[in-house]
Design a binder for this molecule. Structure first.
Ligand SMILES: Nc1ncnc2c1ncn2[C@@H]1O[C@H](COP(=O)(O)OP(=O)(O)OP(=O)(O)O)[C@@H](O)[C@H]1O
Ligand SMILES: [Mg+2]
Length: 219
C-alpha cells in the first residue's frame, strides 16, 4: 500500500474547500481533513486592542487534535476510511500497490511545521484582495465577521502568515482561484497528478494507477 498526503492551502475564500471536496469525490480511497473543523471555542480566542478576535493564527486552532487525526490516517488509512463510512475500492494492481490519499485543506496548513513536513504535494489558492473581500462578505461565518474585521484582522493576518510561510516552505504549486472551478480541478489533475478530466476513458481505477506511478517516480 502507498500513501500520500496532499495539501490545499491559501487565502480565505480562495476556493480551498470547493477544490478539496471535488478532489475527494474524484480520487478513489481518499479522505479529507479540513482545518476549519479545529477552531478553539470562541471564549478562549483572544481579542486585540481594536476588539477583533484573533482567529487567523495557529493559536486559535487545536492543531494537536488535528495532527492526531492525520496520524490516525497515517497509521491505517483503510481503517480511517471505513470509520468515515467509506469502503476501500479494490483495484488491479493488487493491494500492496494501492494508493490511499489524504487531502488536508485549510488556511494555515503550511504554517504548521509538523503538518507541512508530511505533504507530498502543496497547492496554494490565490485570489486578489477585492475578490477575496467580496467573496468573504457574501458568507456568514460562526461567529459572524464584525464590521471592519476583514481589513482590521483577516487580510493583514493573511499577508503576515503568507510571508512567514513563504520564508520557510518550498515546493508550493500556486493556483489562480479566479479560474472556473472545473478548470482548477482539471489543472491539478492534468499538471500535477497526471490525468486529464476530459479523457473519456478516465475511470477510478485509472486514477489510482496513475497515482501509483506518480508516487513511485518520487521514490
Ligand atoms: N473557482 C471559483 N470561482 C468562483 N467562485 C468560487 C470558486 N471556488 C470557490 N468559489 C466560491 O467562493 C466562496 C468560497 O469558496 P470556498 O468555501 O471553497 O473557499 P475557502 O477557501 O474554503 O474559504 P474559507 O476561508 O471559508 O475556508 C464560495 O462562495 C464558493 O462558491
Ligand atoms: Mg473552507
Amino acid at each position: 500500500m502507498k500513501t500520500l498526503v496532499v495539501g490545499v492551502g491559501g487565502v480565505t475564500n480562495g476556493g480551498k474547500s470547493t477544490l478539496s471536496n471535488s478532489l475527494h469525490q474524484q480520487i478513489p480511497n481518499s479522505c479529507l481533513i479540513a482545518q476549519d473543523a479545529y477552531f478553539k471555542d470562541d471564549s478562549v480566542v483572544p481579542v486585540d486592542s481594536n476588539g477583533f478576535k484573533q482567529y487567523d493564527m495557529l493559536d486559535a486552532l487545536h492543531m494537536d487534535t488535528m495532527m492526531s487525526e492525520v496520524d490516525s490516517w497515517r497509521r491505517d488509512p483503510e481503517v480511517f476510511l471505513r470509520r468515515r463510512g467509506l469502503n476501500p475500492e479494490r483495484t488491479t494492481p493488487p493491494k500492496d500497490e494501492e494508493v490511499y490519499v489524504l487531502i488536508v485543506e485549510g488556511f494555515l496548513i503550511f504554517n504548521h511545521r509538523p503538518l507541512n513536513d508530511l505533504f507530498y504535494k502543496r497547492y496554494l489558492m490565490e485570489i486578489p484582495y477585492d475578490v477575496c473581500k467580496r467573496r468573504r462578505s457574501s458568507r456568514v461565518y460562526t461567529p459572524p465577521d464584525p464590521p471592519g474585521y476583514f481589513d482590521g484582522h483577516v487580510w493583514p493576518m493573511y499577508l503576515k502568515n503568507r510571508q512567514e510561510m513563504e520564508s520557510s516552505v518550498s515546493g508550493i504549486v500556486f493556483l489562480d482561484g479566479l479560474k472556473p472551478k472545473e478548470e482548477l480541478l482539471a489543472d491539478v489533475y492534468e499538471d500535477k497528478l497526471g490525468i486529464s478530466l476530459q479523457d473519456p476513458s478516465r475511470k477510478n481505477t485509472t486514477t489510482n494507477l496513475i497515482l501509483c506511478i506518480s508516487f513511485a517516480e518520487k521514490d
